[in-house]
Design a protein around this ligand. Structure first.
Ligand SMILES: [Zn+2]
Ligand SMILES: [Zn+2]
Length: 418
């Protein structure tokens, strides 16, 4: 049987600079080797080498784990290193190099973390919706199962639904206890039941007094309306034609530091405490992960299909960090989704690898781990028998999986093709 071998070329940038790799310069330390068994890829200073698949055998003090390559019966898998209890092991997480892909582009899915220079952005939400205008053309009877008899409109809930934010630190169940059950406790405990913001004790079903955080006593209760207004005042907003940017330092209780979620569950209902306007056409919501503050950008592709990302003033999505090139990358709306492309940027456009990647034979892959660029080439030893009867190359299972994870999109409903 043809057994996959893995050719690895490693380039390590001589400078240690926040895990960046300079794609423009050429002062690298290079090493090449082949793998035929499961291995760890390690780096000590500038030297990259493989290590048998058990870390019990000694790791030298300065070595870092770059990637784990697991050999199965047929091929290799690249897996991110699962953290061990041993905290002394330093790990450089693997990132996919977008321009290293054969197609030079990557289809964005919800939950992707993209890195441009030092800036990380997270894709919170993707919506590729049909436009609202109605077209007067006949519907084919044999395609009626596909629907399309009604007029095009967007359900209101889809446009106003809240963005799920990740900083919910308590589960919904816990929140239910904290948010509603405790109110009844406090009815007995607190003599003065008034809102800590407006000081009023008026309460009704639409605007109840709730206990949203860990604060107790006179500071414990607040009207849901008052909380919403107060949170809104902490968010700064600005917009250009295609991008709406919401920025805030933190949405937490100033006293107990509890981070508020975007929704809370009261009286059998989810209530938004932070809502963000969504466009009617196709859009992406991205969150920029920077220290100090949060930025949420809603990028509308309604009348533009290419959005440039970079440090330059003419970019639709502006990232002001110096490690970001002036015109770093772009996102293009196509009939089957949003695609990310690198624009020969200095420090590259990378996508975080959260999952196992099955390495397909003869499909090269570039991975960046800190300041090391790994070029992986899976090869099958030349085998006359298997060539005669077809090499039996499987379908690319990863892209199929990616398809499943991104929102289904029907080309025929795309307004531009109508
Ligand atoms: Zn109030
Ligand atoms: Zn509090």
């Amino acid at each position: 049987m043809g057994d996959q071998k893995l050719k690895i070329k490693a380039l390590t940038w001589s400078r240690e600079s926040s895990g960046l790799f300079d794609y423009e310069k050429s002062n690298y330390t290079q090493s090449s080797f082949k793998l035929s068994e499961s291995s760890y890829l390690l780096r000590t200073q500038e030297k990259v080498y493989s290590h048998p698949n058990d870390l019990n055998s000694s790791l030298t003090e300065n070595s870092r784990v770059l990637a784990v390559l697991i050999k199965s019966a047929k091929n290799f898998y690249l897996t991110p290193f699962k953290s061990l209890s041993d905290k002394s092991i330093t790990v450089e997480k693997p990132w996919l190099v977008v321009k290293g892909l054969k197609e030079h582009e990557y289809k964005i899915s919800e939950g992707d973390v993209i890195r441009l220079g030092k800036v990380k952005i997270k894709v919170k939400e993707i919506e590729v919706l049909r436009k609202t205008e109605q077209k007067n053309f006949p519907v084919h009877s044999k395609k009626l199962y596909n629907g399309g008899l009604g007029s095009h409109f967007l359900p209101k809930t889809e446009r106003t639904s809240p963005i799920k934010m990740d900083y919910i630190t308590r589960s919904e169940d816990e929140y239910f206890h904290q948010g509603t059950m405790k109110i009844t406790d406090r009815e007995e405990l607190c003599e003065q039941r008034s809102c800590r913001i407006c000081l009023s004790d008026d309460t009704n079903i639409l605007n109840p007094l709730i206990s949203p955080c860990y604060c107790m006593g006179t500071m414990g209760l607040v009207h849901i309306d008052c909380l919403q207004h107060w949170l809104k005042s902490k968010i700064t907003f600005n917009s250009t034609q295609n991008v709406k940017v919401y920025k805030w330092k933190s949405l937490e209780c100033e006293l107990c530091k509890f981070k508020y979620p975007s929704q809370i569950f009261i009286n059998d209902k989810n209530i938004d405490i932070i809502s963000i306007d969504k466009p009617q056409g196709p859009y992406i919501v991205i969150e920029t992960l920077t220290e100090g503050f949060n930025t949420m950008s809603v990028v509308s592709f309604d009348n533009k299909h290419i959005m440039k990302i970079g440090r330059g003033h003419d970019m639709e999505i502006r990232l002001s960090d110096i490690s970001v090139s002036r015109f770093h990358a772009q996102i293009t709306l196509k009939s089957n989704g949003f695609f990310l492309e690198d624009n020969n940027s200095k420090f590259g456009t990378l996508v975080k690898i959260h999952k196992e990647i099955s390495l397909d034979t003869d499909y090269k892959l570039q991975i960046q781990c800190g300041r090391t660029l790994l070029k992986l080439t899976p090869k099958k030893p030349w085998d006359c028998f298997s060539c005669l009867f077809g090499c039996n190359k499987g379908k690319d299972s990863d892209s199929e999986e990616m398809e499943r994870f991104s929102k289904e999109y029907n080309e025929e409903t795309f307004a531009h093709n109508l």
